[in-house]
Write a new protein. Structure first.
Length: 202
């Protein structure tokens, strides 16, 4: 599917370098893998997270899913290991069997989901019992994020909305997750974000 990120894919890593560095470091800290888990990254973007995960845990079995063919092309070109399974897919219609993964990671994309409850339900469906969801996104508890969100709503037709930490946690709990840890953090004066570490409730 053609998305705005097809046009940005080739320059995405360079354009957002400091943002990517700050947010993916938080993901890596929260991942805490044993090393042989099955992991779904959705949306996976240019595959930068996959590259970093495999550098730290080379035996992970990772699937990267994204709607943008351009971003997937960048991800495949970056994948020197050729061990990641790349799939063009919508988060709401993931083409994977139930209970396929030990962990789902959703980084820097939740604000684009027009049906966040459906997206969370889809992620829960593909998680094994006790599986983990690691979600990182912009946080409306920061006034700078509120301003950015208002601007995005005016200028980006793909943008949907951002959430406070409490509101995002409530969405996750209503979708069948237990929020084990939650926190807000800044990577600079502008970007205020949140991270939720959740487990699938039976």
């Amino acid at each position: 599917m053609l998305t705005k990120y097809d046009h940005l894919a080739a320059q995405y890593d360079r354009r957002w370098q400091s943002y990517i560095e700050g947010t993916l470091n938080v993901v890596l800290e929260g991942a805490n893998f044993q090393g042989n888990e099955t992991v779904l990254d959705v949306p996976c973007g240019t595959g930068e997270l996959e590259r970093r995960l495999l550098a730290k845990w080379p035996d992970l079995c990772i699937t990267g899913a994204d709607l943008s063919t351009g971003m997937l092309a960048e991800a495949k070109a970056k994948d020197e290991t050729k061990r990641v399974c790349w799939i063009e897919a919508d988060v709401i219609e993931l083409p994977m069997p139930d209970e396929s993964f030990d962990c789902v990671i959703c980084a820097n994309s939740f604000h684009y989901f027009r049906s966040p409850s459906e997206a969370l339900a889809s992620m829960r469906r593909v998680l094994r019992p006790g599986g983990r969801l690691l979600l990182v996104d912009w946080c409306d508890d920061y006034w700078t994020c509120k301003v950015c969100s208002m601007w995005q709503r005016l200028t980006d037709k793909y943008f949907y909305r951002t959430y406070t930490l409490q509101a995002c946690a409530a969405l996750a709990e209503n979708a069948g997750f237990r929020v084990e840890q939650r926190r807000r953090f800044r990577i600079n004066w502008l970007w205020g974000l949140m991270v939720l570490e959740c487990s699938r409730v039976e």
